[in-house]
Design a protein around this ligand. Structure first.
Ligand SMILES: [Zn+2]
Ligand SMILES: [Zn+2]
Length: 486
């Protein structure tokens, strides 16, 4: 095992994340293009414990222990907390993630205080090393045990780094992501995905519906955005607009949100100064510009917040706003209007030295805080993210035409029948998962009225667990969808 003192941000235990490819059962295989790659295909080393055996063939990944094990105590996990206080970046991220995960789980069942055993597994997919799965097991009632999991993706070292090495190909990790979602690679992906959707699955259909007001960002980057009346746009039905789906945050965040009120309405028609707008809104304008649209809808600016008539009229047609938006942007991991939508989680550098091929050495990256952001990874973990915990986003998720989602590690695209996540070569086509599509397609589908009713109940159950800044919004936030269904 190769360890170096450079890796000072990791505790002794976490240095085991720099896994020994030989010791854990790896072997050399020749790839189609003649290059050599690490494989664990016939590994005899310890894989995940037997309690999961029944489900093993449902997975498209293999989990191998890397030797990292920690016995701790619930609920506070003092051992993890101690090593995080001593400065281990991985222990610190893990401690925070597990605490959040356990709080989520406590909404569904009781978690008793007591021993917790944590184990790190290397998660392998066909292409190679995918990430680290951390699993904690603890005693539950009547001899049953509970499980808590979190996942940290592995990326190769960035190619722009002078220390770029030969590990990427050997371990088969996905390439390092661009720091900002507004990097050239991400922008061209966004454009490609939207184009592919409008060409192959959801052709753009001009609609006579436009929200009452929109933000006009102008036609070039020097233009100053301003609020407009949609009825002032010539050829209204040709106007494509984007929409923002996000969380305002706490009552305090909501107070300091940049918004339109009766007293500021006239000024908003003149201009919207970047320096006064909150991070989420500035990011939305930048994204709109990046994908080549001119108009965007943001509730805080387009609805006059202290005008009851305005608010009631526009919030009741929110379902139409999202349904007719060309695309909606969602910051999966952002918790407040003051947080950027476009911030990826930080990474830690883990050194790597192959013991199968001595000339392979360098490092790879472990992306921290990924769980809460990785929407499409729900097949892997019971996923939760801040955006999905909010009541308002429930109908937005059901109604959108196209969604671009920005997680803490990856960008995702979803349009009901196509799904894509960063790092994936091709778009995945599937049947629509939206309740509304099941309903409109009920005559063609095999879904009976009682199945449909069960689906609706299930969705309402999901909705009831979501949080709201203002409890009075509980019915308005689902009424748009209900109107379209019943
Ligand atoms: Zn550590
Ligand atoms: Zn589509």
């Amino acid at each position: 095992m190769s360890l170096s003192s450079e890796d000072a941000s990791l505790c002794e235990r976490c240095k085991l994340l720099s896994f020994d490819d030989l010791a854990i059962g790896g072997q050399k295989v020749v790839d189609e293009d003649g290059s050599l790659r690490l494989s664990f295909k016939d590994t005899k080393t310890e894989v995940r414990p037997e309690y999961d055996e029944g489900y093993q063939d449902l997975h498209d990944y293999t989990l191998i222990r890397v030797g990292w094990l920690l016995d701790d105590i619930l609920p506070d996990m003092p051992n993890l907390s101690h090593s995080s206080q001593l400065g281990c970046a991985f222990c610190s991220a893990l401690h925070r993630e597990l605490k959040e995960e356990l709080v989520q789980d406590m909404r569904y069942y009781t978690i008793h205080d007591g021993p917790l055993t944590l184990i790190v597994y290397l998660s392998l997919v066909e292409k190679g090393v995918e990430g680290l799965l951390v699993e904690g097991t603890f005693n539950q009632e009547k001899g049953r045990y509970g499980v808590v999991q979190t996942f940290f993706p592995i990326e190769a070292a960035p190619r722009t780094d002078p220390a770029f090495d030969n590990c990427e190909k050997w371990i088969g990790a996905e390439p390092a992501r661009e720091t900002s979602y507004l990097g050239p690679k991400n922008i061209s992906e966004m454009r490609r995905l939207l184009e592919s959707c409008t060409k192959s699955c959801h052709p753009w259909e001009p609609s006579s519906f436009l929200p009452t007001r929109l933000i006009d960002i102008g036609i070039d980057s020097s233009a100053v955005p301003r609020l407009i009346f949609s009825s002032d746009i010539r050829q209204c039905e040709q106007a494509k607009y984007a929409a923002l789906s996000y969380c305002w945050g706490t009552a305090e965040d909501a107070k300091t949100q940049f918004k339109t009120e009766r007293g500021s309405l006239e000024r908003r028609y003149e201009n919207l100064p970047y320096e006064l707008m909150t991070s989420a809104i500035n990011d939305t304008i930048a994204l709109t510009r990046a994908i080549g649209l001119r108009y965007v809808w943001v509730d805080a600016i387009c609805i006059v917040q202290d005008d009851t008539d305005d608010w009631l009229r526009d919030s009741s047609q929110m379902n139409l706003v999202y349904r007719h938006a060309f695309v909606a942007f969602c910051g999966l991991n952002s918790n407040s209007c003051h947080e950027s939508l476009l911030q990826r989680a930080p990474t830690i550098k883990v050194l790597f030295q192959s013991n199968i091929r001595q000339n392979i050495n360098g490092h790879y990256l472990v992306r921290l805080r990924p769980r809460s952001g990785d929407w499409v990874d729900r097949k892997r973990l019971d996923y939760w993210c801040k955006w999905r915990e909010r009541a308002w986003t429930f109908q937005e998720e059901e109604l959108y035409s196209r969604l671009l989602l920005f997680g803490s590690s990856k960008m995702h695209f979803h349009c009901g029948t196509s799904e894509w996540s960063e790092g994936q070569d091709n778009i995945t086509r599937s049947h629509s998962s939206k309740t509304l599509d099941h309903i409109t397609g009920i005559n063609q589908s095999k879904m009976s009225a009682s199945n449909l009713y069960d689906t609706w109940l299930f969705r309402v159950h999901d909705y009831c667990g979501r949080s709201l800044t203002l409890e009075k919004d509980r019915l308005p936030a689902i009424s748009g969808l209900a109107c379209m269904i019943w």
